[in-house]
Design a protein around this ligand. Structure first.
Ligand code: ATP
Ligand code: MG
Length: 326
């Protein structure tokens, strides 16, 4: 039997090259080796207000992008989180074994709550729901970007705590980071990770950005006052551009060095833009084809929920038995 994989994306904002290189690209590469479940985690999206019609449209857009990026419904299941109610049901059971101090320590909670006038309880609870997303399928491996490593530590802590309180119940999952592209930084500010929710038109390259838009964003990316690439002294902005190229092309250090060392920043940006656009164009073409097929995505999502529901139901049943629930 193949080990099970779970990972997900929130249907908020525009999916960007960080999401692709940190998560999707890796999912596509490993999907054949595992029983893979990829979630569109809409219950996470509502931790901050979402316009309902926009959220509904985003869910389909993300599903379309999963397929366009190469997720193959023959190997993998795509599921919308809210269509399998056991995610939320298990989250409550796990909330009850999670000390609030564990949640308050989360870096992402601290960062995201600072930006809000009033902090919804959902923002604090988010990592418990994420834990439920993973544990409800008894996933053994969770391929994510580096920003999620801390939440995955918490997932293991919660799983272990539950197992020690109620007896062996959950598979304790491992984190899998991609070899490159695990943490793509903002083009406008290479000291923060690229995020869907960050403001600023030059911050992220969306997977659906037109080639000219993507090129312009890269040409305007923050670098430093040096004239050219010096591998002995790479500033965060230059390092980020090189890392983006390496991750898209699957290059190692030697190849990046021979391509970029000594290159003027203007030429570096042109080259990186060329690489990014060459990868985005075919993805965008497939996306347009997928979205042009009426009913196709709805069918994939319905089938996805049907396929994984029995796994989620049996986990919740087991948890109920372990906890003494009715
Ligand atoms: P948001 O700002 O809404 O949280 P996000 O860009 O962080 O958006 P998520 O939906 O939270 O996107 O994350 C989806 C996946 O993409 C996760 O596996 C996450 O680790 C990965 N990821 C997010 N940002 C980056 C990044 N800058 N570099 C690499 N991977 C990333
Ligand atoms: Mg995020």
């Amino acid at each position: 039997m193949k080990a099970r994989v779970f990972s997900g994306v929130q249907p908020t904002g525009n999916l960007h090259i960080g999401n692709y290189l940190g998560a999707l690209k890796n999912w596509v590469e490993i999907q054949g080796n595992y029983e893979s479940i990829f979630g569109i985690v809409d219950l996470h999206a509502i931790t901050v207000y979402q316009e309902p019609a926009e959220l509904r449209a985003k869910i389909l857009e993300i599903a379309g992008l999963f397929l366009a990026a190469g997720i193959d419904p023959k190997h993998s299941t795509i599921v919308v989180q809210s269509s399998v109610p056991e995610h939320a049901e298990l989250a409550w059971m796990l909330t009850c074994v999670t000390p609030v101090g564990w949640l308050e320590r989360m870096t992402q909670y601290k960062a995201k709550s600072q930006a809000q006038e009033t902090v919804g309880d959902g923002l604090l609870q988010y990592p418990v729901l994420m834990t439920a997303d993973i544990l409800v399928y008894q996933a053994a491996i969770v391929p994510v970007g580096a920003d999620q490593a801390q939440h995955l530590e918490l997932t293991r802590d919660i799983a272990n705590r539950f197992n020690s309180l109620y007896g062996d119940t959950f598979v304790v999952p491992d984190t899998q980071l991609p070899l490159s592209g695990a943490r793509v930084m903002g083009l406008d500010d290479p000291t923060v990770k690229m995020s869907k929710s960050a403001a600023g038109s030059g911050h992220a390259i969306a997977l659906l950005d037109a080639p000219d838009v993507a090129r312009k964003k890269i040409m305007r990316a923050t670098t430093d006052s040096q004239p050219h690439v010096d591998f002995g002294n790479l500033s965060p902005g230059v390092l980020n551009l090189i890392d983006i190229a390496k991750a898209f092309e699957g290059w190692g250090t030697v190849q990046a060095h021979s391509t970029f060392d000594g290159m003027r920043y203007g030429d570096l940006k042109k080259k990186v833009a060329e690489i990014v656009v060459a990868h985005l164009e075919p993805l965008q073409k497939r996306y347009a084809e997928i979205m042009g097929e009426p009913g196709y995505l709805a069918g994939i999502l319905k089938e996805g929920a049907e396929r994984v529901s029995p796994i989620a139901k049996s986990t919740v049943q087991l948890v109920k038995e372990r906890m003494g629930l009715y």
